[in-house]
Design a protein around this ligand. Structure first.
Ligand code: G1P
Length: 287
């Protein structure tokens, strides 16, 4: 029996240098797509997938994220007094289940950030969600992964095919089996040059990991970009535990970059009944 996944880690210490000056003081995870911050989409996706404990690995200048997931007493009071029920509900609905915060004190990489959450998640499986990767999917990407994870156990990541010229932006799988949806990998490479990439199947920011990852993260070995890479630690668990990639159904937007972020705003606005018609009409003006 595979143990159910109830904890999720949100690494949110990154600087967001691709979005300056917007992210000079605003955490990049607080950038809104339509009317919700990126981090809230990730939290809602995790909640839909059955996550109960939410662990944020934050850094300096990220305290707005903590405020977002707390009561806003004055605002709630005013909205209640004015009978703005829908607005009040949207404010109260922000808050997930149990929330924990820890700080990554140095920017040593994604692997290091996940290692900072060890005290909260060690001993059982846990999910990792990177809020920059916003995914429009029904059901949500992590829920799709949970269903597959019940069969595979081990480590499971969401994957998608990317143009070969883009392999140096991602963790790339060295694939041994591929049924079109689920793939098994024998190796992983972080951000390989196109000519060195073992495939064009890339990891996107959704992971279900087992505790076997931590001894490898603890070694603090530096990888691509001189950072402690989660990809390298996952690669080392291959052979110890199964490693699979899931081609999820849905569309992923790279909201760490301007084009992906703009496209996400349009795509998510088009899913909203109250906006879709007007947005479509507006887009015609720019065609
Ligand atoms: C991180 C991971 C990479 C993964 C990517 C998905 O890279 O290191 O393996 O493919 O997220 O978005 P980053 O985007 O932080 O450079």
């Amino acid at each position: 029996m595979v143990e159910p996944v109830r904890k999720a880690v949100f690494p949110v210490a990154g600087l967001g240098t691709r979005f300056l000056p917007a992210t000079k003081v605003l955490p990049k995870e607080m950038l809104a797509v339509v009317d919700k911050p990126l981090i809230q989409y990730a939290v809602e996706e995790a909640r839909e997938a059955g996550i109960e404990d939410f662990i944020f690995v934050t850094g300096r200048g990220k305290s707005l994220i903590e405020d977002h997931f707390d009561h806003a007493v004055e605002l709630e009071h005013v909205l209640k007094e004015r009978g703005k029920d829908e607005a009040l509900r949207s404010v109260l609905d922000c808050m997930p289940g149990r929330v924990f915060y820890t700080r990554q004190r140095q920017p040593l990489g994604l692997g290091h950030a996940v290692g900072c959450a060890r005290g909260f998640v060690d001993g059982g499986p846990f999910a990792v969600l990177l809020p920059d990767d916003l995914i429009l999917a029904e059901p949500g990407c992590l829920k799709q992964m949970m269903e597959v994870y019940r069969e595979t156990g081990g480590n499971l990541v969401a994957v998608e095919d990317v143009p070969r010229a883009h392999t140096m932006r991602y963790g790339i799988l060295d694939v041994v089996e591929d049924d079109g949806r689920l793939v098994r990998a024998r190796g992983l490479v972080e951000k390989p040059a196109p000519e060195d990439a073992p495939s064009t199947l890339s990891i996107i920011g959704r992971y279900i990991l087992g505790p076997e990852i931590f001894p490898h993260l603890d070694r603090h070995e530096l990888g691509a970009g001189n950072e402690i890479q989660l990809t390298d630690a996952m690669a080392r668990t291959i052979g110890e535990v199964p490693f699979h990639g899931l081609r999820f159904s849905g569309k992923r937007f790279d909201c760490g970059g301007k084009l992906g972020y703009l496209e996400a705003n349009i795509a998510f606005a088009l899913t909203r009944d109250e906006l879709a018609g007007d947005v479509r009409a507006m887009l015609k003006e720019y065609a």
